[in-house]
Each structure stands twice: as C-alpha cells, then as structure tokens.
Ligand binder design. Sequence first.
Ligand code: SAM
Length: 245
Amino acid sequence: MSKTTHFGFEPVGEHEKAGRVRDVFDRVASRYDLMNDLMSLGLHRGWKAFTVAISGVRPGDRVLDVAGGSGDLARAFAKRVGARGEVWLTDINASMLTVGRDRLLDAGVAIPVALCDAQHLPFPAGSFDCVSVGFGLRNMTGKEAALAEMARVLKPGGRLMVLEFSTVWAPLRSAYDRYSFNVLPWLGARIAGDESAYRYLAESIRLHPDQVTLAGMIERAGLERVEYFNLAAGVATVHRGYKTA
Ligand code: SAM
C-alpha cells in the first residue's frame, strides 16, 4: 500500500497526489497569471524580482527554473544571463508549460523548455549556476527528493533559490486566514471558475513547512549557508542555499 500524504487538508495516497495537483493546474492554467495578480494585488511580481535580484546570477550563467509554470522567473533570469547564458523553463504540467512558453515567445524570449518532474530532473549533475523554484515546492509529493535533485544539478558554488508561501507573522495570522479561506476561493470561483483549486491553495500553504523547517530540509539536501528572507511579513519567503564549492 502507498504511504499517505496530503492534498490540501485531505489525506491521500502518495501515488494519488501528483495526479490531483496536475488536475488543479490543468484547470487554472489559462487564468493563472490574472489570478496571481488579483490574489496578491501584484505583490508576487516584486517577490519574484527580489528572488532574481539576490540570486547572484550573472551574464553567461546557466539557470534552471523548476516548476516554472507561466515563466515569470525564467523570463527575468533570461534577461540577466544575456545571449551568452542559458535558462531552462521546466514544469511537470503540459498546460502550464504551454502557457509559459507562449508568454515568453510573445515577450520575444526564446529559451529551452522541458516537461519534467522535479523529483527526476533530466540533467547531468553539476549543470547549473542557479536553480530556482517559485511557488512549486509546496505542490510536490516528495519535497526532500525534489530538493536533492535540485542540489544534484547545481554546480559547486551554485545557488538554490526557493520562493514559496510560508508562515505569516503571528499577529496577522487570523486576518490572513480569513482572507485565504474566504476571499481566495471566492475569487477562484468568479475569475478562474474553480473554487476548489483556490481552497487547495489556502490549505496547501497551511501544511507547508515553516521558514526554519524548510531551511533545515534545504541543508539536509546538501546545501550550505542557508538563509531566508521574509516577504510581506512571511506571506512568502525566499530561501537561498549554496552548493559546497
Ligand atoms: N513558478 C511559477 C510561478 O511562480 O508563477 C508557477 C508556480 S505554480 C503555483 C506551481 C507549479 O508547480 C505548477 O505549474 C505545477 O505544474 C508545478 N509542479 C507541481 N508539482 C511539480 C513537480 N513534481 N515537478 C515539477 N513541477 C511541478
């Protein structure tokens, strides 16, 4: 029998979770970007810009964006690495990747794209100067396996950047809960035509490891000098770790 994990608050078999997550992103892919702007009042753009700004990525670098979805991080990294560098946009979901690739092409950015599971990355060890994952880790069944894969494909001295929802500063928690469990599903129903996908979002955030726990997981994946930066009082957090040089 497969082990149990969670899909939002619902206990599900580990073998079942990836399919349930895939269904969510298949359903919301076409409205994903608009929903991001509405839900965060545009803040996600600043969080992504901050992630790229502190990544240390330079012209000529190779960057892998895992669970890249509609491609915001990949596009910003592509600008940084310039013509001499290379950025890969990857995701497990074909609908999200198609939206992402089309958006990048519309913006005049042509980069390699790969459909793959973060837990089994199709790249040799030591391939990238930076690996990023934005709002993707929370959805993965085997977070430890995915982090280990990201560490494996980094070059020595390379950086892992994890941008993810996190645990909010305690005094704001009850207001944030009211927003997440009432406003988000309401917006999801009206804008994306899918209340349950946005209820899953709120629930999955509550079950995601907090800042300190995630930092420990990143260290156990083999990264050092791990630190994190809270954004909007911990609504989101950027974790950064370095592969031992
Ligand atoms: N990175 C984009 C952003 O910040 O806007 C997209 C984030 S979206 C909330 C989460 C993405 O994680 C989805 O596109 C989903 O398909 C992807 N994902 C979920 N599980 C995955 C896995 N095991 N491997 C790769 N991608 C995965």
